[in-house]
Design a protein around this ligand. Structure first.
Ligand code: ADP
Ligand code: MG
Length: 319
């Protein structure tokens, strides 16, 4: 993990501490370490910013983090400008960028930059990681014993590897699903801490989530079928989304796009697979039921699952 990431962890740790009255006093040593790290990071960010200037004006911390995450994309001419922040979340922030010469087919691209502490915020990460191989920054399975041990022990280095594994799962899933004809953003490239993909929307406005949209009955029926088709493509390519709902489906020009894949699990391997899959189906159905459709989510989940011939595991309770 780069220094800036550590810096963010430190910030979070000290925020946690501040909330606890007993631990309010941060040791002097730690305080000076933090300052030293902060100084180094800002010097690096300043150096980068001499070469790359972006239209989007971020706050100081955010700018350092952004520059650090995007320098590779800018150097390789995937991105020529950052125009604005689309959304800032606890786990990731998404920015609208101008595509560089390396992407002649698009005017804009979206970059998703992950917060270093996303692992901590991902609810119940063990449930998703159970039985799932960890991937390195190139999307290959980690087999090195030292690295496996570090991840198992969750050392600093191990956490860095785990962080990369989530990002690699998101990127490799997008690649595979895009090739399979699913409605996902076109993935372009990934770096240590960020993914570059097709931007859904236009310069004035990014696509809203389906959850923010009310549909006519006939459009609801069409789009529901479309989501089911996507769920089936996922299943047939050994993937369950794992966090699907109308919040992670974008709506633009009458089309849908599924996003947000770092927690994908395998229907063949994950012992909670059917439960995770059913939850995705139920959440999607909740939205379409609100749009006036009559649906039986449990039956829909069963039918899709059985039609692909997946084994049923002993279900374990989800939190
Ligand atoms: N390719 C994209 N095009 C346009 N907007 C996007 C794109 N990807 C993500 N977004 C926006 O950014 C938000 C956060 O992205 P998401 O991948 O869902 O991350 P998370 O929910 O983990 O923070 C989405 O809800 C959506 O508003
Ligand atoms: Mg999301």
């Amino acid at each position: 993990m780069n220094q800036l990431s550590e810096f963010f962890e430190e910030l979070d740790d000290s925020a946690d501490e501040a909330s606890s009255h007993a631990q309010k006093r941060v040791s002097q040593r730690r305080e000076s370490q933090k300052r030293e790290m902060e100084a180094k990071l800002f010097i690096r960010a300043q150096e980068i910013s001499r070469e790359f200037q972006f239209t989007y004006k971020a706050a100081r911390f955010e700018e350092a983090w952004l520059l650090d995450s995007l320098v590779e994309f800018a150097e390789q001419e995937w991105v020529s400008d950052v125009l604005r922040k689309v959304k800032g979340g606890k786990e990731a922030s998404v920015y609208l960028c101008k595509a560089g010469p390396e992407i002649p087919s698009a005017e804009w691209v979206a970059v998703k930059v992950y917060r270093p502490q996303m692992l901590r915020n991902l609810r119940n990460d063990a449930m998703y990681r159970a039985d799932r191989a960890d991937l390195d920054e190139r999307g290959h399975q980690v087999t090195d014993k030292r690295q496996l041990r570090a991840m198992h022990k969750k050392t600093e280095y191990g956490r860095e590897l785990l962080h990369q594994s989530w990002i690699a799962y998101e990127f490799t899933s997008l690649q595979m699903l895009h090739e399979a004809g699913a409605d996902v953003p076109v993935p372009y490239t990934m770096a240590n801490n960020a993914i570059l993909m097709e931007f859904i929307g236009d310069e004035a406005m990014s696509a809203p989530a389906l959850s923010e949209v009310d549909l006519e009955k006939s459009e609801a029926v069409t789009l529901f079928e479309r989501v089911m088709r996507n769920l089936d493509i996922l299943l047939s390519h050994d993937r369950i989304h794992g966090d699907l709902s109308a919040y992670n489906i974008l709506y633009w020009n009458g089309d849908i796009t599924l996003i947000d894949f770092p927690q994908v699990v395998s229907p063949k391997i994950n012992r909670n697979a059917f439960k995770i899959f059913s939850r995705d189906v139920i959440r999607v159905c909740d939205y379409f039921i609100k749009q006036g459709m009559k649906l039986d989510p449990a039956k829909i989940a069963d039918d899709l699952w059985n039609s692909r011939g997946f084994p049923s595991f002993e279900p374990q309770d989800l939190e």
